[in-house]
Structures are given as C-alpha cells and as structure tokens.
Design a protein around this ligand. Structure first.
Ligand SMILES: Nc1nc2c(ncn2[C@@H]2O[C@H](COP(=O)(O)OP(=O)(O)O)[C@@H](O)[C@H]2O)c(=O)[nH]1
Ligand SMILES: [Mg+2]
Length: 179
C-alpha cells in the first residue's frame, strides 16, 4: 500500500464542516436532507432503551466540485448535548441554528446553544427561522430579539420542507464563510 499517495489524495480534498443544531422537531433532518447530496439518517438503536431523539444525529455530504466537499453534522440543542456540540464544532466553518418559529418555548434553548457555541468557537452562523409557512410563525425579527441578537441579519426566514428555501438559507451562510 502506498501511504504517501493516500495522504496526498486526502490533502488534495478540501473539506468544510457545518454544524446544524436545533430543538427536537425544529426541522434539522428536513433542512439537512434538502441541502446535501448524500444523506445518512440518524442511526437508532432499537435493541436499547435509547429514545430516538437522544441519539447522535445525522451526517451528510456534498461534493461541490472535484476536490471540494462540504460535511454536515446535526445535533439536538438541549444543554445535555453540549459535549457533542464541542466535538462537532471542532474545525467547523459555520453553524446553522434551526428554530421552529411556531414554538416560542424553545427559543431559550436555541439562545443557549447559540451563545455557548459562539463562545466556544466563533464562526459564521445563520439562524433559520423555520416553518414560516405556518400561520402562527413568529417573524424573523421577533426571533432575533428573543435570541438577543443585535441584528436580524443572521436570522433567515425559512421553509425547510421546500428545497429552494433551505438552499437559499444555506447560501447566506456560505457567503460568509471563507472557502
Ligand atoms: N410546515 C412545515 N413543517 C416543517 C418544516 N420543516 C420541517 N417540518 C416538519 O416538522 C417535523 C419535524 O421535522 P424534522 O426535520 O424531523 O425535525 P428534527 O427533529 O429537528 O430533525 C416534520 O414533520 C417536518 O415535516 C417547514 O418548513 N414547514
Ligand atoms: Mg431529526
């Protein structure tokens, strides 16, 4: 085996990691599956007592061009997972926080994850104010306020069930990342 050649091949491939974080049912799976090429759904453990929502989440990849790849990891946002965020945040180029805009009781959870992650490692981020198609959705401005963000520029109205909407939100993040 030619170890030197395989190391060179790895170096030639530039990979950028993105973390998708948000409360249970906020739309992480939907968002990720609409922005990636290959999607590996969450592996559940039917033989154990694990509740599906408590297992590690999905992984996805997109090969943008030969030699350029995006990797996507997703993690639930309750505080008990903060050890996971830090693992995923390592070498991460950007964060996507998904908020269910119809669930104000989850905004505090998102605010904690956002502050914790940015404090741990400050990289470009967006908040996808998801489910804007539903009549009781809070506006992205109100969500920016609830998350104590100085400006609503990073809070993108989103309907993740519509592929172009998820992709547009992700492109806003990509523009802020140095690739
Ligand atoms: N109406 C609406 N439903 C959505 C949207 N995004 C996700 N959902 C639904 O919300 C539920 C939870 O989404 P999912 O992606 O599984 O959330 P996760 O737990 O964060 O991975 C599913 O039934 C989705 O179809 C959206 O933009 N609008
Ligand atoms: Mg999911």
């Amino acid at each position: 085996m030619n170890w030197g050649a395989s190391t060179l091949a790895r170096e030639a491939m530039r990979e950028f990691k993105f973390l998708i974080c948000g409360p249970h049912q906020s739309g992480k799976t939907t968002f990720m599956s609409n922005v990636v090429e290959t999607f590996r759904p969450r592996q559940d453990f039917p033989e154990t007592d694990y509740e599906p929502a408590q297992t590690a989440d999905e992984f996805g990849t997109t090969e943008v061009a030969p030699g350029l790849k995006y990797l996507f990891y997703s993690s639930p946002s309750p505080r008990r997972f903060d050890f996971l965020w830090e693992v995923y945040a390592e070498n991460c180029s950007g964060y996507v926080f998904i908020v269910d805009s119809t669930q104000p009781e989850t905004f505090l959870e998102v605010r904690y994850a956002l502050e914790h992650l940015l404090n741990y490692r400050s990289v470009p981020f967006i908040v996808a104010a998801n489910k804007q198609d539903l009549p009781d959705a809070f506006t992205h401005d109100l969500i920016a306020n609830a998350l104590h963000l100085d400006s609503s520029a990073n809070v993108i109205p989103c309907i993740a069930i519509r592929k172009p909407s998820a992709q547009t939100a992700f492109e806003v993040l990509l523009k802020r990342v140095t690739i």
